[in-house]
Design a protein around this ligand. Structure first.
Ligand SMILES: [Zn+2]
Length: 314
């Protein structure tokens, strides 16, 4: 045995490690271990082509894939007061913010944009789990308010992609105040009769689940996303019982009536187009590749390019 572990194994290991490729070109799937080439992976919207595992995706990459021709305009979000509590744990809060900004290249944990999907004008907001776990602070509150105000102003539906570890503890009570604040923002949409569709991505937890992420007209989740208020570990420790398989995952919540649909990220765009056009009382969308708005011929009503389904009478 000694000879195997001391001589053969290191020899084999060194043979393999020598052939290792630069790490940034390949990503290992967390679920099945397949090595995925970075370009294939980003073309596949960060979904494993082997097992369908959904990896995190940045709001910017999501919007580029979502909007027609990858074109969208960012909605301005008013900057909140910086570090009102002068919070400090192992690091100062402003230092944490700066390092998250450097890491992600984004200013904060939520991006809001306006544009068209399948020629359907919408406002979209997406939370960035890579930015301090997508935590809901004053900026996220401001972002949702800005998104709702813009949606009301332009009379467009709002699509929100939620992903969060909960409220931002560095902002204390001010982060918790974003729960009623964002609820009011959602209420503005309802009063204006505008659809509000929530896409829940892995993971959506804490105060976010307890406010704007669960107030949509339609709730769609990505496969196997963890969606909860308190996480399974906390519940297990509290009730001292083993939780059932798949508890608080998207499919489980769908079975128990908490969600309307579970949709693969690669199908999400067309699903959103269908749902939004239905809710907005618009004719079914044209299928196929579309040039960005304002470019190319207007293909709107030529019978050959119409959806095979009959248009609804409205
Ligand atoms: Zn996989």
């Amino acid at each position: 045995m000694n000879w195997i572990s001391n001589y053969v194994r290191p020899k084999i290991n060194s043979l393999f490690s020598r052939r290792e490729v630069p790490e940034n070109l390949w990503t290992k799937c967390d679920a099945c271990g397949t090595m995925l080439f970075h370009r294939d992976l980003s073309e596949n919207l960060n979904v494993c082509s082997k097992c369908g595992h959904h990896m995190p995706i940045t709001p910017r990459a999501r919007f580029t894939a979502l909007f027609d021709g990858g074109g969208f305009v960012e909605v301005a979000i008013p900057a909140p007061v910086a570090d009102p509590l002068h919070f400090r744990d192992q690091k100062k809060y402003p230092d944490r913010l700066r390092s998250a900004q450097k890491q992600t290249g984004e200013r904060e944990a939520m991006l809001v944009a306006e544009g068209e999907i399948g020629r359907t004008p919408i406002i979209a907001a997406a939370q960035d789990f890579g930015f301090m776990a997508g935590s809901m602070g004053m900026h996220v509150g401001n972002a949702i308010l800005a998104a709702a105000e813009r949606a009301v102003e332009l009379k467009r539906p709002l699509v929100l992609f939620a992903a969060a570890g909960g409220a931002r503890m560095q902002e204390g009570i001010l982060s918790l105040m974003q729960m009623p604040r964002t609820t009011v923002a959602v209420e503005m949409l309802k009063e204006a009769g505008l659809p509000y569709v929530v896409v829940l991505t892995h993971p959506t937890t804490g105060g976010v689940t307890a406010s704007y992420a669960m107030l949509g007209d339609v709730h769609i989740a990505e496969p196997n996303a963890l969606i909860c208020f308190a996480g399974p570990r906390v519940i297990e420790q509290t009730i001292r019982e083993k939780l059932p398989e798949g508890f608080q995952r998207a499919e489980y919540l769908l079975d128990h009536g908490m969600l309307d649909r579970v949709t693969d990220r690669r199908e999400m765009r067309s699903e959103l187009i269908t749902i939004l056009r239905m809710l907005c009382n618009m004719p079914p969308a044209i299928h196929g590749e579309l040039p960005p708005p304002g470019e190319g011929p207007q293909v709107e009503t030529t019978p050959a390019t119409r959806d095979p389904e009959p248009a609804r009478a409205d």
